[in-house]
Design a protein around this ligand. Structure first.
Ligand SMILES: [Zn+2]
Length: 302
C-alpha cells in the first residue's frame, strides 16, 4: 500500500482549512458584491470523480444576466504528483475550467505552500506568430493590471499569489481562508469574463473590449505594451524570500500593524520601488497590507 506523501498530507490539510471557509452569501469584486447561493443544479464534470479533495464542498450558483453561472471548486493531485485547485464553471450547456492555482512548495521558504499561478491567455492569430504573441502579452498585461487594482498580489512577471499556507500551523499566513476563497473565485470568474469564450460575461464587471486588441498593422507598426519583466531580472521577489519577509515582519503590515485576521491581505513590497533603483533584497522589502500598498503606489504616482 502506498504511503501518503508529505505533499498529499499538506494538500489534505489545506483542503480541510478551505472547507471551513465561507463566502457569506456573496463574493466581493472590488466595490461590487455579487450574491450567490450554495450548490449547483447541474453536475459539473469532474476530472477524476472521487479524487476531489474538496468533495463538492464549494459549489455555488450566481445569477447573471444570461442565466445562471455555476461554479465548482475541485482539488486534485495530477499525474506529476502536484496538487492543484481548479475552478470549473458552467453557464447553460457551456462548461469549462476557468482558472486554477498550483500548491507550490518552495523548500527555501520553510516548507510553506504558495498558492500561485502564472496569468496566461491562449490566443490564436491568423498568419502571424508575432501578432499572436503580442496579443497574448497585451491581454496578460491588461488583466494583471486589473487584478492589481482589485488589491491582488501580482508580480511583474505575471504571477498571481493568492495566499501562503503554513501546513504546520494549519493556516494561511497572509490572508484569511474566507478572503482566499473569495479571491480565487473572483479571479476565476474575471478570467472567464475576460477570455469571453465561455459565455461568462458579467454586466457589473469592467468590460474587456475585443476591439482594443485587434491589430491591423504589420508587426513593426505594433505599439506593444511594456514588456513583462523576465523572472531572471531581480525585480521579481522569489517565493522563499517572500516568506522570510513576512516572518521578519511578524506577519503584520508594517504601516498599519494589521494581520490577516483583521480582514486584510499581506503583500511584499519594495520600500524603494524597483523602477527608482530599489533592489530586491531583504533590507529593501517590507510587508504591507493590500490597502496600505495601494495608497503607497498612488503616492509614488503623484
Ligand atoms: Zn496596512
Amino acid at each position: 500500500m502506498l504511503k501518503a506523501s508529505q505533499d498529499d498530507q499538506d494538500a489534505l490539510q489545506f483542503a480541510s482549512v478551505l472547507s471551513k471557509a465561507n463566502l457569506h452569501g456573496s463574493i466581493s469584486i472590488g466595490k461590487f458584491s455579487l450574491p450567490c447561493k450554495r450548490g449547483v443544479s447541474d453536475s459539473i464534470q469532474y476530472n477524476q470523480a472521487g479524487l476531489d479533495m474538496l468533495n463538492n464542498q464549494h459549489e455555488y450558483t450566481f445569477d447573471i444576466q444570461d442565466g445562471e453561472l455555476q461554479v465548482s471548486l475541485q482539488l486534485y493531485e495530477n499525474i506529476a504528483g502536484h496538487h492543484r485547485l481548479f475552478c470549473y464553471t458552467r453557464i447553460g450547456n457551456k462548461q469549462g475550467m476557468a482558472f486554477s492555482v498550483n500548491l507550490t512548495t518552495e523548500k527555501e521558504g520553510d516548507n510553506v505552500i504558495y498558492l500561485t499561478q502564472k496569468i496566461k491567455f491562449v490566443e490564436q492569430y491568423k498568419g502571424s506568430t508575432n501578432l499572436a504573441q503580442a496579443h497574448r502579452r497585451q491581454k496578460q498585461v491588461v488583466f494583471c493590471d486589473l487584478l492589481k487594482k482589485l488589491g491582488l498580489d501580482v508580480t511583474e512577471s505575471g504571477d498571481l499569489l493568492l495566499g501562503v499556507f503554513d501546513p504546520l500551523k494549519g493556516r494561511l499566513i497572509n490572508t484569511s481562508a474566507d478572503s482566499f476563497l473569495n479571491d480565487f473565485i473572483v479571479v476565476s470568474i474575471l478570467k472567464g469574463h475576460f477570455q469571453g469564450n465561455k459565455g461568462c460575461q458579467l454586466e457589473i464587471l469592467p468590460t474587456y473590449n475585443k476591439l482594443d486588441y485587434i491589430f491591423t498593422g504589420k508587426d513593426e507598426e505594433l505599439d506593444l505594451p511594456a514588456k513583462l519583466v523576465d523572472n531572471k531580472v531581480k525585480r521579481v521577489i522569489p517565493l522563499g524570500m517572500r516568506y522570510k519577509v513576512l516572518k521578519r515582519d511578524s506577519f503584520k503590515c508594517v504601516a498599519c500593524g494589521r494581520t490577516a485576521n483583521d480582514g486584510i491581505k499581506l503583500h511584499i513590497d519594495h520600500k524603494v520601488p524597483f523602477s527608482l533603483g530599489g533592489l530586491t533584497e531583504l533590507s529593501n522589502l517590507q510587508t504591507l497590507c493590500n490597502e496600505c500598498n495601494i495608497s503607497k503606489s498612488n503616492k509614488f504616482l503623484d
